[in-house]
Design a protein around this ligand. Structure first.
Ligand code: ZN
Length: 108
């Protein structure tokens, strides 16, 4: 019987593999890449672990699209109120913001 830590490590490995595969295929088949992203998300949920920060920065929360800069996402730096980055998914239109301020929470 596997312990909790073993399951989490295995989940992380599988997420890494899926993310790598999604990246390698995204130009040829963005829909398949989104499916890989979605399965990685499901694994993370089932194992109750956080997705790596790079994963969350490079994928769409709403439609699981893997972002390719200049192709399916728009990245803008805004200075209003607090400096932040707005990433717009051009697949579904969902906007994601994150703060640039020093000491801002990077892990939710
Ligand atoms: Zn999207």
């Amino acid at each position: 019987m596997m312990n909790q830590i073993g399951i989490k490590q295995l989940a992380r490995q599988r997420i890494d593999i899926l993310f790598g595969q999604a990246k390698s295929i995204v130009h040829a088949n963005p829909k398949l890449a989104a499916m890989y992203v979605l399965s990685a998300r499901k694994i993370a949920m089932a194992a109750r672990i956080h997705l790596p920060l790079t994963f969350r920065r490079e994928t769409c929360r709403a439609c699981s699209a893997l972002f390719v800069h200049g192709v399916n996402c728009r990245v803008r730096v805004k200075q209003k109120r607090e400096p932040h980055v707005v990433v717009t998914c051009l697949n579904c239109g969902k906007q994601t913001r994150y703060m640039l301020r020093k000491g801002a929470r990077v892990i939710e």
